[in-house]
Design a protein around this ligand. Structure first.
Ligand code: DGL
Length: 272
């Protein structure tokens, strides 16, 4: 079990922001990353639909021997993590909007959360904000259109800034000093958002905390890979790997080779 891979999946390429942290913090672990780009975005799908998609991915990851699966998608975590935990014998780590961190750090008492409709509708978001942000003024904003820009590899393109300004300016006018990125696609916009908000406003990406959680869960279950192993990565997509390849090149600075990889009953285009 210790040398088995970790599975990480997202509706598309957003979970690569989580993969990046897992790779940094857990260099000895092998990773299978799955981007469900053919079905992206998940943000406005029903919870039932997302459960079916997530179970299909996890079935494949189990046949590949994954010892733990990271649901690197806030929307899929909101819709499906309870069902996944009940249905499979392996540990799952999901995304939680970092409201606790924002509530602890705010000086103005006002925080902004940018996420998808599915995330805001879920039980987890409501519970987390009830628990940690009862006395905090939380301004929520659905980030429609941002996921699509990342999937098209246009997150640094001319459409991004006007859309970000539309979502972020009202938060600034409201006096927030913390902005939580509650969708794993959004950290790709973090440099632009930070330029927009200036140094007084913290922009929170939950990925480092999620990678720490993965590390803790592996350690508690004593299923870490041997420290001398150099972790490998395989990236699969249910859509085309073109955008994923460009994105991976820009975040890692290295080249990838293309092939096909079987996951469950299906062959997917893949990168290694
Ligand atoms: N990365 C997903 C999330 O964290 C994007 C959701 C979507 O596909 O709309 O919520």
């Amino acid at each position: 079990m210790n040398s088995s891979p970790i599975g990480i999946f997202d509706s598309g390429l957003g979970g690569l922001t989580v993969w990046r942290e897992v790779r940094r913090q857990l260099p000895a672990e092998d990773v299978i990353y799955f981007a469900d780009s053919r079905n992206c975005p998940y943000g406005h799908k029903s919870a039932d639909e997302i459960v079916v998609l997530a179970k299909n991915i996890v079935d494949g990851m189990l046949t590949a021997g994954c010892k733990l699966v990271v649901v690197a998608c806030n929307t899929a975590t909101a819709a499906a993590i309870d069902e996944l935990r009940q249905s499979y014998p392996i540990p799952f780590v999901g995304m939680e909007p970092a409201i606790k961190q924002a509530a602890l750090n705010t000086r103005t008492g006002r925080v902004g959360v940018l996420a998808t409709k599915g995330t805001f509708d879920g039980r987890l978001y409501k519970e987390t904000s009830r628990k940690y942000a009862r006395d905090i003024d939380v301004m929520v904003q659905i980030g429609d259109g941002l996921v699509e820009l990342v999937e098209a590899n246009e997150y640094e393109g001319p459409q991004a800034n006007p859309l970000l300004a539309k979502y972020i300016t009202p938060m600034l006018e409201h006096g927030v000093d913390q902005i939580v990125l509650g969708c794993t696609h959004y950290p790709f916009f973090k440099p632009q958002i930070e330029r927009m908000v200036g140094p007084e406003v913290a922009v929170i990406d939950p990925a480092p905390a999620v990678a720490r959680r993965v590390s803790d869960v592996l350690a508690d279950a004593r299923i870490q890979n041997g420290a001398d192993h150099r972790g490998t990565d395989v990236f699969l997509s249910s859509g085309s790997v073109d955008a994923m390849e460009n994105l991976l090149k820009s975040i890692t600075g290295r080249n990838f080779s293309r092939s096909t990889t079987q996951l469950g009953d299906t062959e997917y285009e893949s990168l290694t």
